[in-house]
Design a protein around this ligand. Structure first.
Ligand code: SF4
Length: 69
């Protein structure tokens, strides 16, 4: 799966980092950046995306079809 963060939506709450610290970290602007999506199972990636209160995490399958939100 592919994952990206909409920086305009991210408010830096950090839920995604708590769920998947090997995939997300907060940068100096307190916006989430993507590290290594392949480091966790797909279901954890989806749970991390669903934990975002702003729906700022976009998950796509390998063909580019949007899975969430
Ligand atoms: S959970 Fe959403 S709003 Fe919070 S840091 Fe992650 S992407 Fe940003």
């Amino acid at each position: 799966m592919k994952v990206r963060v909409d920086r305009d939506l991210c408010i830096g709450v950090g839920n995604c980092v708590a769920y998947a610290p090997t995939v997300f970290e907060l940068d100096q602007e307190s916006k989430a950046v993507v590290l290594d999506p392949s480091s966790v199972d797909d279901d954890i990636l989806l749970e991390a995306a669903k934990s975002c209160p702003e729906n700022a995490i976009i998950v796509e399958d390998d063909e580019g079809h949007q899975l969430y939100p």
